[in-house]
Design a protein. Structure first.
Length: 130
């Protein structure tokens, strides 16, 4: 779990944008997008914390597919981790709402939303940015 204090990752993100490293992804530099990335309370009013989870997802390898496609990244092999994570996050959300905090709200992402997910994960103790 991560406290909602401002993230140091925001400074890195802003410097990354200022250096033009976002390429053709202009929406990343929009004021709306930037504000939401650093301030989750703009996405979920009344938010008190960010819950971060990690998933070890060693995908099944298909040797024939690997031969046809050549070398591919491990995360791109097998079933899409976004779908797997979505199913598990929805189950976690249901459990939290029914068992821990009835009537609570939530919003979940699997590295697809407008949040600084690596910064929140680092703050929650799930790794570090190197």
């Amino acid at each position: 779990m991560a406290a909602l204090d401002p993230l140091a990752a925001r400074e890195h993100y802003e410097a990354w944008l200022a250096a033009g490293r976002h390429g053709d992804m202009r929406w990343l530099a929009s004021a709306k997008h930037r504000g939401r990335r650093a301030r989750p309370e703009r996405l979920v009013p009344g938010i008190r914390s960010v819950v971060c989870v990690a998933l070890c997802h060693p995908p099944e390898r298909d040797p024939e597919r690997d031969l046809r496609l050549g070398r591919i990244a491990r995360y791109a092999a097998g079933e899409d981790y976004h779908r797997i994570m979505k199913d598990r996050l929805l189950a976690l959300e249901r459990w939290i709402r029914s068992e821990l905090f009835p009537g609570s709200g939530s919003l979940w992402y699997s590295d697809t939303g407008a949040i600084l997910e690596r910064g929140w994960a680092e703050r929650a103790g799930l790794g570090w940015t190197g």
